[in-house]
Design a protein around this ligand. Structure first.
Ligand SMILES: [Zn+2]
Length: 371
């Protein structure tokens, strides 16, 4: 970043930030970036590609100044691997890295606060990491981490919303009994009830466009080959770009579980572990990105991001948008994760078109005057 003329610092939340000034001083700034951390046994592109791509855009500007400044942000702790809490870096930018989060501990008992100090940063300066009033928007390049663009044979996509998610835990309770002596019609089998419901979850999700629903874990008690299960505990993860669709699906699946349980003479209860609303991306930026993608000779694809990203946190404060790059095989969070060099070239080309468009856009100019 220094080599391309940016002024570089690390803020108190560990975000790496480089500021490339505008043609005139005191001009507002556009944020570009993604995250620098990743998951264990990860690939090489999730997150960091968006940071490197932003640096490549500055490099391609070759010293040319724009009517707005550009700040590149390499976010820290997006994945939440160490402290079990994601988006620590981006939360600092929106002023949401609070005391409670700072006291959170990792598996070795080291708090976020301590980790920041060990990194020779000052947690007392976290408020200084927050965004000012001069931010025009945030644009994040990221690998898709899924198979949609590859299936459509398109290198680039634009995210119109980040899906909301619900996570629930379901417990089916029947009666544990002898697997040999209890006739089939006299059983209250918790696993069989849960299994019938799992297939119903899959069927429901297939019926609704864009809905994804997953039973990712199942645990049965007492858990013996020769015992009918008395209890089965499952998790459900439901996501959709529209909150009302997700909530309706969740209600249907709860009702379905109750119907199945009643018919089988077992009981079912559930509790909600997480309920997170969908986050819409900025319509103006979406439109500009689509135009920029078309200028590269590609047809843009509008899509919902099923995964959470820093953009969804930053969107609380400033207009945000995301550009997805096709992910070969849809594989991510794995060493096999990759990206085609031609697609990265299209990404850079799209980014440069976008910067040019924003530089001459009357709508963006109005935003600049307000900032
Ligand atoms: Zn990521």
């Amino acid at each position: 970043m220094e080599a391309v003329g940016a002024d570089v610092r690390i803020d108190a939340a560990g975000n790496l930030r480089g500021f490339y000034p505008a043609a005139e001083s005191k001009a507002p700034r556009l944020l570009l970036g993604s995250h620098l951390d990743t998951v264990p046994n990860a690939g090489a592109y999730d997150g960091v590609l968006g940071v490197v791509l932003a640096v490549a855009l500055l490099e391609a500007l070759d010293g040319r100044r724009l009517p707005f400044g550009i700040e590149i942000v390499g976010f820290s702790e997006e994945e939440g691997v160490r402290f079990g809490a994601p988006f620590i870096g981006s939360r600092a930018l929106t002023g949401r890295l609070d005391e409670k989060l700072l006291e959170r501990k990792d598996s070795r008992g080291i708090s976020v606060r301590q980790a920041i100090e060990d990194f020779r940063l000052n947690p007392g300066e976290i408020p200084l990491a927050a965004l000012g009033n001069d931010i025009l928007g945030y644009v994040e390049f990221h690998i898709e981490q899924g198979p949609v663009l590859e299936t459509l044979k398109r290198p680039l996509g634009v995210v119109d919303a980040i899906a909301g998610q619900s996570r629930l835990e379901f417990t089916f309770v029947g009666r544990a009994n002898h697997a040999g002596t209890t006739p089939m019609h006299l059983r209250h089998d918790a696993i069989a009830g849960a299994a019938e419901w799992i297939t119903a979850v899959e069927r429901e999700a297939h019926k609704v466009l864009g809905l994804v629903a997953t039973v990712g874990t199942i645990e049965a008690k007492p858990g013996a080959t020769n015992v009918i299960a008395g209890e089965a505990r499952l998790t459900l993860d439901v996501r959709h770009g529209l909150d009302e669709v997700r909530i309706r699906a969740m209600e249907n699946l709860i009702r379905e579980a109750e119907v199945i349980a009643k018919r089988r003479g077992v009981s079912v209860s559930q509790n909600i572990l997480l309920s997170q609303s969908a986050v819409a991306m900025d319509p103006f930026l979406i439109h500009e990105i689509e135009q920029a993608i078309r200028k590269t000779g590609c047809e843009p694809h509008r899509m919902v991001s099923g995964a959470g990203h820093d953009a969804m946190i930053v969107a609380e404060k400033v207009p945000a948008a995301m550009i997805f790059l096709r992910t070969p095989g849809g594989i991510s969070h794995d060493p096999a994760e990759s990206v085609a060099i031609e697609d990265v070239a299209k990404g850079i080309e799209c980014g440069l078109h976008l910067l040019d468009q924003l530089s001459s856009s009357p709508t963006f100019h109005k935003r600049m005057c307000r900032a």
